[in-house]
Design a protein around this ligand. Structure first.
Ligand code: PFF
Length: 456
């Protein structure tokens, strides 16, 4: 309204309900669905892992995500400032967000390298060089890409520059505008490719791998992996959803939006699984290939089908799109902290973060070449950053967020915030959520972490 104009410049934010959904879903959907979910499901025994993962998403992911978005919208500021504002004076809850900034860097460091492979594959697919139905040829092609330090670094820088460019345009004109265009395209492409994969001879073996559970492979470590994947998938436990929540409109129904994002995200993972596993079995690959699964099997799959090159180009464009929305949201955490909390201009904050990332990211880009021997706790930097964020930092962030909402913030404020000050009548739901956030989620995460890390 005109009364408030002039006091201070309005804070940037999402402008439409569809924009909120596109951006939030754009953050959740990413290489997590297309790269990580399939390879983790493949290495951890298939449908049994899927069941545990879905449980983790419902019992931990959903409540943490609702809480985090709610806190962000309440505070309407960057993640560090948000918890400073909301917590009682002197209590260091903002440390959750400080660690979130750390997680953002560590995730972005390896994520941008996987995105780099995806972007490189778009061009390789167009050139036709990786189009072979022989797994030996496709694994050699992938091997030569990741073992080449120059290509690894250059593609990563290209990705970083692209993401930086979009972030420079701001929240509404950058993030929202881009994800609104890209997300519908992504769904369309994935549907087409899923259907194509299901039509392959032998596809049913892959479908049954994905949907017939066998719990014999489920260990404490596997459960922790599933919980970690739930955090990674929903972009929670590190301030991303808090930051996006701060751009939510006041009339947005947070629980409903979150539920929609969670379902759509699971749906995309299923589609990715359906696109990949039937093909894996149809062509005699092993589902346990690990992180390279996407880059070795998918080209071989497409090489063996009519119009394969076209589908392959489409698939990697799709993966590139998905990774873009996610990376925007990861980087938005430190960019908003630097620009809002420390008063650095948004362009400067973006460039500063990118420069820092180019340095940290190089250790991941080179994890398969020059720095392959550089290991900590027996892992390359790529593997270490991945492991530490999903299995330690994000779940820990989740525990503390739950404790904050359940024990410090309290029921009345939770109810006011989630019902949009009484506009929505969802008291029963808020009650359930409150109990879950106060007791169930934090205890569950704690036990899974202690057992999974063999600390107990
Ligand atoms: N959710 C993204 C994916 O599954 O690809 C990854 C991600 C985005 C993790 C944002 C963390 C984050 F803050």
């Amino acid at each position: 309204s005109s009364a408030t104009v002039g006091a201070s410049k309005a804070r940037d934010g999402f402008t439409s309900s569809f924009g909120v959904l596109a951006a939030t879903l754009g953050s959740a959907v990413g290489l997590g669905n297309i790269w990580k979910f399939p390879y983790l499901t493949g290495t951890n025994g298939g449908a049994g892992f899927l069941v545990v993962y879905v449980c983790a998403t419902l019992l931990v992911g959903l409540p943490v995500m609702i809480s985090e978005i709610m806190l962000g919208r309440r505070a309407k500021s960057d993640a560090v400032t948000a918890l400073k504002k909301l917590a009682p004076a002197g209590q260091p809850w903002w440390l959750i967000s400080a660690f979130g900034v750390l997680s953002a860097f560590l995730i972005m460091a390896f994520y941008s390298e996987v995105a780099a492979w995806v972007f490189a594959y778009v061009f390789k697919a167009i050139g036709g060089g990786i189009l072979s139905s022989d797994p030996k040829v496709t694994s050699a092609a992938f091997g030569s890409l990741i073992a080449d330090p120059v290509q690894s670094l250059l593609w990563q820088w290209l990705v970083l520059v692209l993401i930086g460019g979009i972030l420079l345009m701001g929240v509404a004109k950058g993030i929202e505008a881009v994800t609104k265009k890209l997300m519908p395209l992504l769904f369309l492409l994935l549907l087409v490719i899923g259907v194509r994969s299901l039509m392959l001879p032998g596809a049913m073996q892959g479908v049954s791998f994905l949907f017939t559970p066998d719990f014999s492979k489920i260990t404490a470590g596997v459960v922790l992996t599933a919980v970690g994947l739930a955090f990674f998938k929903l972009s929670i436990g590190m301030g991303t959803m808090m930051t996006y929540g701060s751009y939510f409109r006041d009339d947005q129904n947070i629980p409903a939006t979150t539920l929609r994002v969670m379902c759509a995200d699971l749906f995309v993972s299923m589609l990715a699984g359906i696109a990949i596993f039937p093909a894996v079995f149809a062509f005699g690959f092993k589902p346990e290939a690990g992180p390279s699964l996407l880059f070795i099997t998918i080209p071989a799959v497409f090489a063996s089908m009519p119009l394969g090159q076209l589908f392959m180009v489409a698939f990697f464009i799709l993966a590139a799109i998905a990774s873009t929305g996610a990376m925007l949201s990861i980087l938005e955490v430190p960019v908003s902290v630097l620009s809002e909390r420390f008063g650095i201009s948004r362009p400067k904050a973006t460039v500063l973060n990118l420069l820092l990332l180019a340095v940290i990211g190089a250790s991941c880009a080179l994890s398969n070449s020059s720095m392959a021997e550089f290991k900590l706790f027996g892992m390359t930097m790529f593997d270490l950053f991945d492991f530490v964020t999903s299995n330690i930092l994000m779940p820990l962030g989740g525990i503390f967020l739950c404790l904050f909402v359940g024990w410090v913030w309290g029921f009345d404020r939770l109810k006011a915030a989630l019902s949009n000050e009484g506009q929505l009548h969802n008291e029963a739901l808020v009650r359930v959520l409150f109990v879950v956030v106060r007791f169930v989620s934090p205890l569950l995460i704690l036990v899974v972490m202690l057992k999974g890390l063999k600390l107990f």
